[in-house]
Design a protein around this ligand. Structure first.
Ligand code: FAD
Length: 425
């Protein structure tokens, strides 16, 4: 169902001469897509937004999860004051959130839906199935067969379609990983209680793995976590009254404390100017796997965690999965489970984005050594008028683009540039 803004906002979808203009198409209605669309609408640029509003947060995360980011780092980017998470809470009579109150995903979803109604208006839930070049701009096709012309296209599809399951686990599911198979990825789940009473191995050592393990245990599954690293890292409980010496030594940023994080958050545009090797190193190393401080009590001493442990082989044996594990002392151990949950992250790979036509995909230059798009300072790819945002922009602009905190930087730049493009086409 589409939703609309109050009447006065609709006038923005017309040119100043009253003619309907070719719109900017935003593919995706998560934090990035909604923020870009809000800024475009505010300056009167016609925009069509496609996707499920806050879809990833409703359909690709398990019920009961919390955000790892703090309230101050979880604002969508509105074109004016009044659109922050704190504003939403205040307007709805909900208590203020502090760094010491983890945000339930359900609250963030409601905030995103409110933001959409207030700043974006119509969002079409159709999926974009093809984006192709046209004489001017692009041709866009939807899953219900409709076609439309776009002056510019903003890809804001987040991590959709980019889930990574390592080959050794993939062998457990010849038809592909999923809920009904012996192996699934965390992004397949909204309800982990389906595994109550079953033996589940969670592979991975980051927040997704640890929080899924806690939820599985609490739902009555017999769960253990298999972690490659030597130990599990946990975030520090926020200290709201840090003395100035500590604030100087380890400045705060939306992504945590420390000079590197503070610098990359302050100047994502500066990150883009680093040599590509340095940028990729930053992309791969900054913010490695760790669990949120508030999750620790639900995992440590509660759920068995094997560290320094690699899955070397996985085989299906009837309705069970047998995992061969290489232990730190060189021993090989076999573990039999009913299900394997791969909390093994995502891979940025333009080749698997299903809606870019071969001609468009072939024309998008990538960051050397990766399959992520090379982008200008305004997030435009080597295809004029085609923009990428969110995680796909992280190899160019740094780790902030992997998080909601990057929406302000991205949305303001994309909207300003795409708006100019629509008036000059
Ligand atoms: C388990 C987990 C926990 C996370 N926790 C945090 C956190 O605490 N804080 C934080 O800042 N970040 C967190 N993140 C990262 C988070 O994904 C991003 O911060 C944020 O959601 C990115 O927004 P986005 O708009 O780029 O993508 P998404 O939120 O993923 O939105 C993608 C949109 O694209 C749409 N879409 C996809 N394909 C198509 C198509 N073909 N046609 C039309 N629409 C399409 C979807 O329907 C959806 O609307 C977490 C990620 C995961 C996986």
């Amino acid at each position: 169902m589409t939703q609309s803004l109050p009447e006065q906002h609709h006038t923005h979808a017309q040119t100043s001469a009253g003619r309907a203009a070719t719109p900017v198409v935003v593919v995706g209605a998560g934090p990035y897509g909604l923020s870009v669309a809000a800024h475009l609408r505010a300056v009167g640029v016609p925009v069509r937004v496609f996707g499920d509003v806050m879809g990833s947060w409703r359909h690709a995360m398990a019920t009961g999860m919390f955000l790892k980011s703090t309230p101050a780092a979880t604002d969508l980017s509105a074109p004016g004051p009044g659109g922050r998470l704190a504003d939403f809470r205040r307007l709805h009579g909900e208590p203020e959130l502090t760094e010491l109150t983890p945000i339930p995903c359900e609250v963030f979803v409601r905030y995103g839906q409110w933001f959409q109604k207030r700043y974006v208006g119509d969002v079409d839930p159709a999926r974009v199935v093809a984006v192709d070049k046209a004489a001017t701009g692009f041709g866009v096709r939807l899953d219900d067969g409709r076609e439309l012309a776009a002056a510019a296209v903003v890809v804001a599809t987040g991590l959709n379609g980019l889930a990574h399951v390592p080959d050794e686990l993939r062998r457990l599911a010849p038809e592909g990983p999923g809920i009904g198979a012996l192996v699934s990825h965390t992004s397949h789940h909204t309800d982990l209680s389906r595994y109550a009473g079953q033996r589940v191995a969670v592979v991975g050592g980051g927040q997704s793995a640890l929080e899924s393990a806690a939820l599985l245990h609490e739902a009555g599954a017999e769960v253990q976590v298999l972690v490659r690293e030597q130990r599990v890292l946990w975030g520090m409980t926020p200290d709201l009254g840090r003395p100035w010496t500590q604030r100087v030594a380890k400045p705060a940023s939306p992504l945590g404390t420390g000079w590197v994080l503070a610098a990359v958050c302050k100047a994502p545009g500066g990150v883009r100017l680093l040599p590509s090797q340095a940028r990729l190193l930053l992309f791969r190393r900054a913010l490695g796997p760790s669990g949120g401080w508030w999750l620790r009590d639900r995992v440590e001493g509660v759920v068995p965690v094997r560290t320094s442990c690699r899955v070397t082989r996985a085989t299906a044996a009837g309705s069970a999965a047998h995992l061969e594990l290489a232990e730190p002392d060189g021993r090989a151990v076999t573990l039999a489970v009913d299900h394997v949950l791969a909390a093994t992250g995502y891979r940025l790979d333009l080749d698997v984005i299903p809606f870019l036509s071969p001609a468009v995909r072939g024309a998008v230059a990538c960051v050397p050594g990766s399959k992520a798009p090379a982008l200008t300072g305004t997030f435009e790819s080597s295809v004029p008028g085609l923009y990428f945002t969110g995680s796909l922009a992280a190899p160019m602009f740094g780790p902030m683009m992997r998080f909601v905190a990057g929406t302000e930087f991205a949305a303001t730049r994309i909207a300003r540039h795409a708006a100019r493009l629509t008036t000059t086409r």
